[in-house]
Design a protein around this ligand. Structure first.
Ligand SMILES: [Zn+2]
Length: 314
């Protein structure tokens, strides 16, 4: 089937970044449709990037299904794993050199520290009483929020102020070629207010150290975190506007810190309200009946799926 994609006539560069860890559902359809519409209305380019860094949950069959489902919806892109382009590869599992370079840059500039804590340590720390009562209250509150986001508020166990990052290439205690073996965290500026104007949801405000803590950029198994990979790729692919779900608002605050640390201009942000089920829960794998595949098999058209009245939340 011939694909008609309008030639970009502006500098706008948007992206579609599905994770191939399951079938796309009606919530993804709305967000990706919005991303496509905004790129089209701006006369810009749209990039397809497959975010398959999670080695345990990513499946090539889901990646193929995502491309197929999005094409079925009527969404078209200019660059991607299936089309090539000047900023490839467009599959994250083939971009480890980009993430290693970004990690080295952050490390040399003193933004990172090594962290030996296990997930268990962090959960124990978040649940245990803390010597600083106000910090503890904030940590408890943030932990509850973080639990639905992606990581608990870091209690600061390994945040030695004395740990000096190597400023220049050369022999150091850190192997700059093979960062594996420890988690690497970004030290956030405690108390700093991170504000940004969201093109859809308006002014947003988060406080570093309270709404989110020192976050992982590289895991001990060598897998970069969402925050690192996303910023490295959006920067390298010259993305000018990020359209994604409102569940990632707090990630945006973290990513703004990464852009600053790397000396990069952040893109504009447009976060879409999330589709929820009738109990107000975000759509997830358990909602297989709302996958695009299932709806299509039931005979629904893209138009029906995109225009159906569905409960939304932020
Ligand atoms: Zn630690």
């Amino acid at each position: 089937m011939a694909t008609i994609v309008p030639v970009p006539v502006s500098d706008y560069r948007g992206r579609l970044a599905p994770s191939p860890t399951g079938y796309l559902h009606v919530g993804h359809a709305r967000t990706f449709w919005t991303a496509w519409q905004r790129a089209r209305d701006a006369g810009g380019a749209l990039v397809m990037r497959m975010e398959d860094l999670d080695p345990d949950r990513s499946r090539p069959s889901y990646a193929d299904a995502a491309l197929e489902d999005l094409r079925w919806l009527g969404i078209r892109w200019h660059e991607g794993p299936d089309r090539g382009g000047p900023f490839g590869p467009y599959v994250q599992s083939k971009r480890h050199h980009v993430y290693a370079e970004t990690w080295r840059k952050l490390l040399r500039c003193g933004f990172l520290f090594p962290c030996k804590c296990s997930r268990k340590d962090l959960q124990a720390a978040a649940g245990a009483p803390h010597e600083n009562a106000s910090r503890s209250a904030a940590a408890m509150r943030a932990f509850k929020l973080e639990a639905v986001d992606d990581e608990p508020l870091y209690p600061g166990t390994c945040r030695h102020d004395s740990w000096q990052a190597p400023q220049l290439p050369g022999p150091t205690g850190v192997n700059l070629e093979r960062p594996e073996g420890t988690n690497w965290r970004f030290r956030v500026p405690d108390g700093e207010v991170i504000e940004f104007e969201d093109q859809n949801l308006g002014q947003q405000r988060f406080v570093a150290g309270i709404d989110f803590g020192d976050f992982v950029v590289l895991r001990r198994d060598g897998v970069p975190s969402y925050q690192l990979a996303c910023v490295a790729d959006d920067g390298a692919m010259r993305i000018t506007e990020v359209v994604r779900g409102a569940d990632l608002l707090k990630s945006t605050a973290r990513q703004i810190l990464l852009y600053r640390a790397l000396g990069l201009q952040p893109p504009h942000w447009f976060h879409c309200r999330l589709v929820v089920d009738h109990n107000g829960r975000r759509l997830a794998k358990r909602h297989d009946a709302l996958s695009l595949r299932a709806l299509r098999e039931r005979g629904l058209t893209p138009m029906k799926i995109l225009s159906a009245k569905l409960p939304l939340t932020t």
